[in-house]
Design a protein around this ligand. Structure first.
Ligand code: NAP
Length: 307
């Protein structure tokens, strides 16, 4: 990408899309194109074709998607499959039709097999059954990265895809019905503190281990890969370090300043015992995370709750 290149960021209001916009601006790119979802529904094939015809972007970051936590994924199964297939197919296909020079597609680490060996290497994709609760989302994402791969093979496109671990940071979703674990805990502990509650209930036993990456680090990784990587392997992006939910809850309790107790609701399911990405490929490509978990959570907490 050149500084004057025309770059379309799909999903620019979301957590990932807004971090990519911050990153591009910080790196001196200003010819950026966006459309709010109210203006351009990316599920609408004709509208997306018209947008590409008018704007003719040279580069595309595909960060628009229907995203949610375990409950939303499991409840709105049809919608997760349909909306993600439509959004990504429309953008990837129109990027091919209009000669986009390079596209980066955001897949997700939750599309690896449920029982994948840990840490998860890129080659474990499609080697086993998926986690049933997010199977529709995973199937859509797998279709997206396979579409990139096969458009490269058939049409000579330069479309890459990435598999980020769990992300957190500014512009995350804090709605307790469909948020991910880290923002949900931040909100619960913050509200318990301001309302002088004695305890906070946390779902599960606290023993599962998860990996978390600050979203601005993810944006830097996407920028780096957009500038340097060409290939059909969907690249893992993470820290390579995990933490138990118990340790995470204690860290968030400390950061928010909540003084009460943590109550573990062991009637709620724990999910997969461990999910950690093998990040040797992206490290060998010249990128490593820079924001530690405590620093990242403190930045996120200040951004959302202390301003
Ligand atoms: N969050 C994570 O932990 C995580 C981890 C791994 C991978 N990812 C991937 O990163 C990508 C972005 O995730 P995110 O967390 O940034 O999600 P997000 O905050 O929910 O943002 C989604 C974006 O997509 C837009 N969008 C959704 N449906 C649309 C439609 N029909 N037409 C136009 N725009 C539409 C939203 O616009 P509106 O707000 O206007 O609807 C929003 O800008 C996804 O592909 C996700 O799989 C996320």
């Amino acid at each position: 990408m050149e500084k004057a290149s025309k770059i379309y960021i799909a999903g620019h209001t979301g957590m990932v899309g807004s971090a990519i916009v911050r990153n591009l601006k910080a790196n001196g790119f200003s010819n950026l194109v966006f459309r709010a979802s109210g203006e351009l529904d990316l599920k609408d094939q004709k509208a997306v074709a018209g947008f590409f015809e008018t704007e003719k972007p040279e580069y595309v970051f595909l960060a628009a998607a229907k995203v949610g936590g375990i409950e939303a994924n499991n409840t709105y199964r049809g919608q997760f499959l349909y909306e993600n297939l439509m959004i990504q197919s429309n953008i990837i296909h129109q990027s091919y039709v209009h000669g986009v020079k390079k596209l980066l597609f955001l897949a997700s680490s939750c599309i690896y097999p449920k029982m994948a060996p840990q840490p998860i290497k890129e080659e474990y994709l499609l080697t086993g059954a998926l986690e049933p609760t997010n199977e529709p989302y995973a199937i859509a994402k797998i279709a997206g990265l396979k579409m990139c791969e096969n458009y490269n093979l058939q049409y000579g496109c330069n479309f890459i895809s990435v598999m980020p671990t769990n992300l957190y940071g500014p512009n995350d979703n804090y709605d307790l019905k469909n948020s991910h674990v880290l923002p949900a805990l931040l909100r619960k502990f913050h509200e318990a503190k301001v309302n002088n509650k004695d305890s906070v209930e946390v779902w599960g036993s606290g023993s599962p281990r998860r990996e978390f990456l600050y979203v601005d680090d993810l944006a830097e990784a996407c920028f780096h890969l957009m500038q340097t990587y060409h290939g059909n392997v969907s690249v893992n992006i993470g820290t390579g370090k995990d933490i138990s939910i118990k340790e995470l809850a204690q860290l968030i309790k400390r950061i928010t300043g909540f003084k009460g107790e943590i109550e573990w609701n062991t009637k709620k399911p724990d999910g997969t015992p461990r999910k950690l990405l093998d990040v040797s490929l992206i490290n060998s490509l010249g990128w490593k995370y820079s924001t530690g978990l405590e620093e990242g959570i403190s930045l996120t907490y200040a951004d959302k709750f202390l301003n």
